[in-house]
Write a protein that binds this ligand. Structure first.
Ligand code: R5P
Length: 297
């Protein structure tokens, strides 16, 4: 078995390899003056089962192309199987037609992965549980909720889990179960499909002092900011956040640091560069979860 990494999240790939007591295999990404890339596998892969770690976070298109080239190079070099570990699956929010005239971008990505000959895709905390149905190859959907539960258990008893929108109900119910039926509330959120702006209106359920917002991703940070405002004005004394994917677009780090939250815990499915880190941020690693999946395969 061999593990390779694209350039989008090498730190996570390194941690996965360490968890498996395996060195990360070498590949070369040569960038031509016009920005085109040339991929070359530098390790022997003939007859090997190969895993490639590549988050397709921003720049998603570039990271996808790099992944397709790596898969092609591995197949040409004789790999027995190629499995793509895509901790954050780019374009997952475009998994169906929202408005007439739109493309279903995730469907295009799924077709390209199939065409590229990948044998399996492994991803974490997908935006919708229906996403594996869009895929034409096996998609293994892992969850980070056990990691979040480990941390939340240490925060004491007086907690209420919060889903910042209706789409997160399934996630919040699963986490509540893991925490021995911890209480939860749901926020009614509306998003304008044209501008992307969100408004948080109403809380369904009863709050306690410590509110813990759980979400799949933070993009601009608007959902978290709105939810925290609403929770504090509704009686919560402390708001913490657990979100899997730190997409962090626009001014998210500043917005989140200035929000009415105490701490923001995310994972390393997407690499967070130094300039996007802020004092309230804590990053935990999903390497163990991925390594366990590889071991059990
Ligand atoms: C939406 O349904 C997702 O679960 C997240 O709540 C959303 O993508 C967060 O986006 P933003 O941080 O831009 O509000």
């Amino acid at each position: 078995m061999k593990i390779f990494s694209g350039t989008s999240n090498k730190a996570l790939a390194q941690k996965i390899a360490e968890n498996l007591n395996t060195p990360l295999s070498d590949l070369e990404v040569f960038v031509f003056p016009d920005g085109e890339k040339r991929i070359r596998i530098l390790d022997k892969v003939l007859g090997e089962n190969v895993f490639i770690v590549q988050s397709t976070s921003a720049p998603a298109d570039e990271n996808y192309m790099q992944l397709f080239f790596i898969i092609d190079a591995l197949k040409r070099a004789g790999a027995k199987s190629t499995k793509a570990i895509i901790p954050y699956l780019g374009y997952q929010r475009q998994d169906h037609l929202f408005r007439e005239g739109e493309a279903v971008s995730l469907d295009v990505v799924a077709n390209l992965l199939k065409l590229g000959g990948v044998d399996e895709v492994i991803s974490l905390d997908l935006h919708s549980i229906k996403i594996p149905e869009v895929f034409k190859v096996k998609l293994t959907h892992l969850s980070v909720l056990t990691l979040f539960a480990e941390k939340i258990r240490k925060m004491g008893n007086d907690i209420t889990l919060v889903s910042p929108d209706m789409g997160g109900i399934r996630r919040i119910k699963l986490l509540s179960k893991l925490l021995g039926d911890a209480p939860y509330v749901i926020i009614e959120k509306n998003r304008d499909l044209g501008t992307g702006r969100v408004t948080a209106n109403k809380i369904q359920g009863i709050l306690s002092k410590k509110a813990i917002i759980v979400d799949d991703m933070i993009s601009r940070g608007d959902t978290i900011t709105m939810a925290a405002d609403l929770l504090i004005s509704s009686g919560a004394e402390e708001v913490s956040v657990f979100a899997t994917h730190p997409v962090f677009s626009n001014n998210a780090p500043k917005t989140l640091q200035e929000s009415k939250t105490e701490r923001i815990c995310v994972t390393d499915t997407i690499s967070v560069p130094e300039e996007k880190r802020f004092p309230k941020l804590e990053v935990i690693s999903v390497s163990r979860i991925i390594a366990e999946n590889i071991k059990s395969a």
